[in-house]
Design a protein around this ligand. Structure first.
Ligand code: PCA
Length: 321
């Protein structure tokens, strides 16, 4: 074999590469491998590797294994990691625009959630840009409903409960529901229930099913109050340094990830609600009283949100409505 053909064989098998420096990117995510967002992240990494012939190699660090969830935004902003996944609502204290994601009864089905996202996206991207980050894609969660240890027909039935919060907005929500908020990250939910730190929470059927909620509570009331999202962010400098082809590969994979996520979530919601029921949790529609009380709380939160950033929030609401 001539030396030139030997080299081309090595090149084609990937054993030798000239000039092509494979970039290893680290992508911390907050949630474990059984969660839809993490599964989407693995596929996204695979797609980029394939589209760039391995030039960009993304290592997904799931389940907050590389860093704690609240540390991810700063790590992406400062370039400590190239990209990362974050629950949008946890950034509510960074800028009010991120709170669009956790307002009860503003958007309660996927069509509305998509519309709300279209209305908020530009402002969200502008704020991320100021922080040196670029939005790649979103992954919605199933609608957020109420988990308790007893039947709940009104806010009175919850009075004095210790309610899990996972963002500034859900902490405020717990206050307005006359319950006591306690911030608990997802992996700590089972322990927080069993040690009595919390006795109620609002989250998706998927999160309850993944955390085997039947071990520590008994009722799931489908208030379906909002549909929050994660977003995947990339450090701006990392992105700008890419070749136009690689940039396009990243954007194409992101678009595919977003579509796949929004398509799959509907089925996940049904599947995981079924898992709750088949494990003995009482799944019920909310009473009209509970629903109307919660909707009032949602109105208060929408008003408070507007007061925090009148210009941006009014623009979002006008676009949405
Ligand atoms: N699960 C995540 C975020 C929203 C959801 O459905 C959690 O409970 O932390």
């Amino acid at each position: 074999m001539k030396w030139t053909s030997k080299i081309s064989l090595l090149l084609s098998t990937g054993l030798l590469s000239f000039g092509l420096q494979a970039a290893k990117w680290h992508m911390p995510t907050p949630y474990g491998d059984s969660h839809l967002p993490t599964q989407i992240a693995y596929q996204f990494a695979k797609d980029i590797s394939a589209a760039t012939s391995g030039e960009i190699d993304i290592v997904v660090h799931s389940g907050a294994s590389l860093m704690k969830h609240p540390e991810i935004p700063r790590a992406v902003r400062t370039g400590q990691v190239q990209l990362g996944e974050v629950f949008i609502g946890i950034m509510g204290n960074t800028h009010p625009i991120f709170k669009h994601d956790n307002i009860p009864f503003l958007a309660t089905d996927y069509a509305q959630a998509k519309k709300l996202w279209q209305a908020a996206k530009q402002e969200v991207e502008a704020q991320l840009n100021k922080e040196g980050m670029i939005l790649l894609y979103t992954v919605p969660w199933p609608a957020q409903s109420l988990y308790t240890k007893h039947e709940v027909n009104s806010l009175d039935d919850l009075k004095g409960s210790k309610m899990r919060a996972y963002s500034p907005s859900t902490s405020r929500l717990a206050d307005l529901m006359n319950t006591t908020p306690t911030t608990v990250q997802l992996p700590d939910i089972p322990q927080a229930f069993s040690t009595g730190i919390i006795d109620a929470m609002i989250t998706s059927p998927s999160t309850g099913a993944n955390g085997q909620a039947w071990d520590y509570l008994s009722h799931f009331t489908e208030v379906k109050a909002w549909i929050p999202k994660n977003f995947v962010l990339i450090n701006k400098r990392t992105f700008k340094r890419l070749s136009p082809e690689s940039r396009q590969a990243v954007l194409d994979a992101a678009q595919k990830a977003e579509q796949s996520a929004w398509n799959q979530v509907v089925e996940r919601e049904a599947r995981d609600t079924g898992i709750l029921a088949s494990n003995g949790i009482k799944v019920a529609k909310p009473s009209s009283q509970l629903l109307s009380e919660l909707k009032k709380v949602g109105q208060v939160m929408t008003e408070e949100w507007q007061q925090e950033a009148p210009k941006e929030v009014k623009a979002v609401l006008a676009k949405y409505q």
